[in-house]
Design a protein around this ligand. Structure first.
Ligand code: AFP
Length: 311
């Protein structure tokens, strides 16, 4: 679909956009139901943010409760969606069968990524993957859509159903309206977002980061995967990496719940995502909680990462 003119963008809500994109009707309904849970999770974040009541803020156990309640909100919504057969969540030890067992879709969720940042008032987010085969069957082949919701000064939502990557903002009326359509990353960006302790980096990763620094890349890292990825998406370039470490060869981030949905969205926006050797979306998960190193963003930086990591 051609880019909608700026003049009308404020009036294209999520359901109309997906219809105009030709997204399959059940997938349209499921994506909309998931996007709506963003409002409930946001309300839960506010409710738990005891600073609003002049109380000591949440930490430790309370934070975990926020993760769990976000998971509960999503699971309850999906139970009655009519389109979800299984729900896999970073908050659940096993895959949860949902519905009659004949439904079309298999959903993965990191219900509230970055919850340790709530008391700092930094942005956090929800990450969703939608598959048409059981999630342990692995990435690209069966991933049909992905979404993340960013709880920041605005609540924004980025989704793709395989026809480009698009951003919506939740307006005062509680509708998601189109703010950026067919996001297209540049060949090269100007920001780098780097996780892990420098002392634990491998020599190859260190050489890559020093290369970026010599090229004058600006450091942008909040410790929240969703806003850190969102910054690269909306600034249309740059690289986020949480690498293999000398102390943790698979890095920190989860392949199924965090990396593959973001890789889907970034590829749909003309970017790339690799672990240094393999495309993130081509990796067949060995287990639900599999961690994986990641380099994700615009083509120039990711191709460079592959060069340095395979010297
Ligand atoms: P929390 O969910 O424990 O806040 O961790 C957030 C996260 O999983 C991801 O959102 C960040 O990219 C990454 O961890 C930050 O890790 P470091 O704290 O090691 O930088």
């Amino acid at each position: 679909m051609d880019n909608i003119s700026d003049a009308t963008k404020g009036f294209v809500d999520l359901r109309r956009h997906m219809w105009m994109e030709g997204v399959e009707v059940d997938l349209r309904r499921l994506l909309w139901q998931i996007a709506v849970t963003g409002k409930y999770i946001s309300a839960k974040i506010d409710e738990s943010n005891r600073k609003l009541a002049g109380l000591k803020n949440i930490y430790g156990e309370d934070q975990l409760a926020l993760d769990k309640s976000s998971d509960e909100i999503l699971l309850n919504q999906l139970k009655f969606s009519g389109f979800v057969r299984e729900y896999a969540s970073e908050e659940q030890a096993t895959i949860v069968p949902v519905g009659t067992g004949a439904e079309k879709y298999f959903v993965t969720a990191d219900p509230l990524d970055g919850s340790s940042l709530v008391d700092t008032n930094l942005a956090i987010g929800t990450i969703i993957g939608i598959h048409d085969e059981p999630v342990l069957e692995g990435g690209r082949e069966n991933m049909v859509a992905a979404m993340y919701i960013t709880y920041g000064p605005l609540i924004t939502m980025v989704y793709s159903a395989g026809k480009g990557t698009h951003e919506f903002v939740l307006n005062r009326e509680g509708e998601y309206v189109l703010s950026e359509e067919n996001i297209e990353l540049k060949e090269k960006g100007s920001i780098y977002s780097i996780g892990g302790l420098r002392k634990d980096w491998t020599a190859e990763h260190t050489a890559y980061i020093e290369f970026l620094e010599k090229e004058g890349y600006k450091l942008r890292y909040s410790g929240g995967f969703v806003p850190d990825i969102n910054q690269i998406m909306i600034k249309k370039g740059g690289v986020f990496t949480y690498p293999a470490l000398k102390t943790a060869e698979r890095g920190k981030l989860r392949l199924i719940f965090e990396l593959q949905p973001m890789a889907f969205l970034m590829e749909q926006a003309g970017g790339m995502a690799t672990d240094g050797n393999r495309d993130i979306l081509s990796i067949k998960p060995e287990s639900l909680d599999q961690r994986n190193p990641i380099y994700i963003g615009s083509r120039y930086e990711i191709e460079k990462a592959k060069e340095f990591l395979n010297t």
